[in-house]
Design a binder for this molecule. Structure first.
Ligand code: JHZ
Ligand code: ZN
Length: 413
């Protein structure tokens, strides 16, 4: 092995301390890199490894893919692709709108605003707003909905530009975005300069505590450079004179934490933040051993899934995948699943249909390919939308079909 390319420890992207790798998922294609057959030979691969920094407690990837390879004019993920998430964002917006109703002409900025699923509620309420997102195709959807959006990467320059054009923000929102940004210190500096003195950054991300508890290893991929605990997020903002003043756990994407952050010494931080930090110490989120156990559970879970699929195929069953999520790429490539095992993946996103899954090239077909000819088993790659899917597809079960899930454990439903 080339020790220059695969150093055992890398420097933490936040504090520069040593990062200890604890899980290696091998060579991996881009999670959202769905491909046409003539693109197979130019597919991009990277080493998917994740590590823990004992200095600032941040869990992070050890190899970062350039964001321009991921977010471009064909980024195939739309925030509105799940009815459950649309509902979640409506409620989120309602709470924020209520918190700013006393303000005169408030200004709300969303980083990574995608197709405007969250920001549309501010546009509808005629609140001054601005979305910032680098993926042209998703931004076009937002612009068509008359949501003010700037199509570019968020960074310190963008922040300066927004302040010059519109002034500082009262609220900055970011949902499933900050963990995607490798140069996190610089992004925090951008946020700090964009946020007015009494302003709040409210962001949410799948919570590391839940990822560990549920062994949801498939949330680990190129787009997610960081995996946030309350301790690591507090440490990150403290470096820049900001502080976490509140946290609220959310029941989406397998467990998400919503963080509220402000300039230091403006608000009294909630006792919940202190308590959760203590809880994280009790459950070992500040110790490498916890992550090594997680790594072992991941390997076990992958082996069980592989065995189950092999067994079902041997008995002559038809198996398909449901939901060509970014997560599915990790499971498919880690388990070595090919189209001999899974005929196709059913997915509602037009941009993914007709293409093949990254790496192992399983065809992606519209949902109707599933409903018109039910298989014996469907492997649910969007276990995070389980309730929504099982309700929508209740006829599959009624027709004798069975679901396979693998988070929190490999099970047949
Ligand atoms: P879903 C993406 O992850 C990527 P993914 C990103 N990195 C991130 O952080 C999270 O979102 C938030 C399909 N689908 O939401 C549509 C159906 O086919 O778990 C999409 O292709 N039928 C930004 O991709 C895919 O699932 C359905 O009934 O893991 C989305 O999967 C539903 C509900 C979805 O996110
Ligand atoms: Zn660190």
């Amino acid at each position: 092995m080339d020790s220059q390319r695969h150093p055992s420890k890398i420097a933490c992207l936040v504090c520069g301390g040593p990062v200890e790798p604890f899980l290696d998922l091998g060579r991996m294609p881009l999670a959202n890199g769905f491909v046409l057959p003539d693109e197979f030979s130019s597919e991009y691969f990277y080493d998917l490894r994740v590590g823990f920094c004992s200095g600032c407690m941040m869990v992070q990837l050890t190899e970062v893919v350039e964001p321009e390879r991921i977010f471009h004019d064909r980024y195939p993920f739309y925030s509105s692709s799940s009815a459950g998430m649309v509902k979640h964002f409506r409620k989120f917006a309602g709470e924020v709108l209520e918190s700013i109703q006393e303000k005169v002409n408030p200004f709300v900025v969303e980083i990574g605003s995608n197709d405007g699923t969250l920001l549309r509620h501010f546009a509808d309420a005629e609140v001054r707003h601005l979305g910032i997102d680098p993926s042209t195709n998703v931004v076009q959807v937002a612009i068509n909905r008359e949501i003010d959006t700037l199509c570019r990467f968020f960074n310190e320059d963008t922040a300066r530009q927004v302040v010059a054009d519109h002034g500082q923000a009262d609220v900055i929102l970011a949902a499933n975005v900050l963990r995607h940004m490798a140069d996190l210190n610089s992004k925090v500096l951008g946020i700090k300069s964009l946020l007015n003195p009494g302003g709040r950054l409210i962001f949410e991300e799948p919570y590391l505590g839940d990822i560990i508890d549920m062994a949801s290893y498939d949330q680990i991929y190129d787009e997610h450079v960081f995996y946030f605990s309350v301790i690591s997020v507090c440490n990150l903002f403290k470096r820049h004179g900001m502080e976490v003043i509140d946290i609220r756990h959310q029941n989406v994407h397998g467990g998400t934490m919503r963080f509220t952050v402000a300039h230091e010494n403006v608000y009294q931080p909630s006792w919940v933040v202190r308590l959760q930090r203590r809880y994280e110490k009790i459950t070992g989120l500040h110790e490498l051993e916890t992550y090594e156990t997680f790594s072992f559970r991941t390997e076990l879970s992958l082996a069980r899934l592989e065995e189950l699929l092999r067994d079902l195929k041997k008995k002559g069953n038809r198996v398909i995948g449901y939901g060509a999520s970014a997560k599915s790429t990790i499971v498919i490539n880690s388990c070595g699943i090919t189209s001999d095992v899974i005929e196709f993946i059913a997915d509602t996103t037009p941009e993914k249909q007709g293409k093949c899954s990254p790496g192992n090239h399983i065809p992606v077909r519209p949902r109707e390919a599933f409903t018109s000819d039910y298989p014996d088993y469907a492997l649910l790659f969007i276990w995070n939308h389980c309730e929504e899917v099982l309700k929508k597809e209740r006829d599959f079960k009624a027709a004798g079909g069975k679901w396979i899930v693998y988070v929190p454990e490999v099970r047949i439903l």
